[in-house]
Design a protein around this ligand. Sequence first.
Ligand SMILES: O=C(O)CCC(=O)C(=O)O
Length: 176
Amino acid sequence: MGALIAEVAWQQDTMTTPGGRVPLPRLTAWPGEPDAVYVYSGIRNVPQTWTPAVARLRDAAADTCGARFNSVLLNRYRIGLDSMGWHADKEPELEPELVIASISLGASRTFEFRHARTQATHPLTLTHGSLLVMRVRTQLEWIHRVPKEPGAKGERINLTFRWVDASKRTRRAAAS
Ligand SMILES: O=C(O)CCC(=O)C(=O)O
């Protein structure tokens, strides 16, 4: 975790709210292959180069999942009030049959799934070293979030390894 904090070029992105643009309640980074450009929440992420620690985790996740990954979204939750709101990872760059591998390091935090139709909610505790494997197809029926937990102590870093095909966004835009 120390290597990730030191090696990665963390950024403070902003998001649009009814009151204007505000800082995201977490730091982020997007390492990957040069062509793995990924757009979410209006933020265009151009990949940074892989760092040694991120590449080691990518290879371990790829071996365990029997998958390959060309990019990763890192989220750094500095305190319990850092969080991520309800969303699904179903951007056009993501292939529905592929896998997203989510590795958590540092402080344990609650991760919640909510079913889009029934609203049923399933909380999980993601502990240090855990691997959560989601198919992109999961994202069609479920949304997920990391809620604020004022009592949570210590930093947490989450890495979601993905396979992104930036040309799918371009093709979809051209077809519409
Ligand atoms: O921090 C987490 O466990 C969730 C990250 C996440 O939802 C995402 O990268 O889309």
